[in-house]
Design a protein around this ligand. Structure first.
Ligand code: MN
Length: 135
């Protein structure tokens, strides 16, 4: 079975390293982007199975990243999970409406973090993703 590809969009080097190491240890293939624009471009060229998105980025915020991904037919169905320290309830609802599947709160609970990622990768496989996955 091909390794599932996860794109991490995160500007904090310590968080990036932590997420990268945890997910790599689970056997996933990891791609990294340190700002929103690079993240969107990488999503379009690499077609990850899941995107772990930091909400506060140096160029465009998480909401803008989600909107850009949703506007493009190539990336509109990729599972997006937002990882953030704090988001107001109202903001959170807007982000979920825009197409984010789940929030993970920082600092992360590592066990829960791994489980959440695995659960959404399972769901995206079952959903068919344009028949790309036949394993
Ligand atoms: Mn950040």
């Amino acid at each position: 079975m091909a390794k599932e590809k996860i794109l991490i969009i995160e500007d904090n080097p310590m968080n990036m390293e932590l997420f990268n190491d945890l997910l790599e240890a689970e056997g996933y293939l990891i791609l990294q982007a340190v700002n929103g624009k690079d993240g969107v471009e990488m999503a379009k060229s690499e077609m990850p199975d899941l995107i772990l998105l930091d909400y506060g980025l140096p160029d465009i915020n998480g909401m803008e990243v989600i909107e850009r991904l949703k506007r493009d037919p190539r990336t509109k169905d990729v599972v997006i999970i937002v990882c953030t320290a704090s988001v107001m309830k109202q903001e959170r609802e807007k982000v979920m409406d825009a197409g984010c599947k789940e929030f993970i709160t920082k600092p992360i609970d590592t066990g829960k973090f791994i489980k959440t990622i695995a659960k959404f990768l399972q769901n995206s496989k079952r959903g068919g993703r344009n028949g790309r996955r036949k394993d």
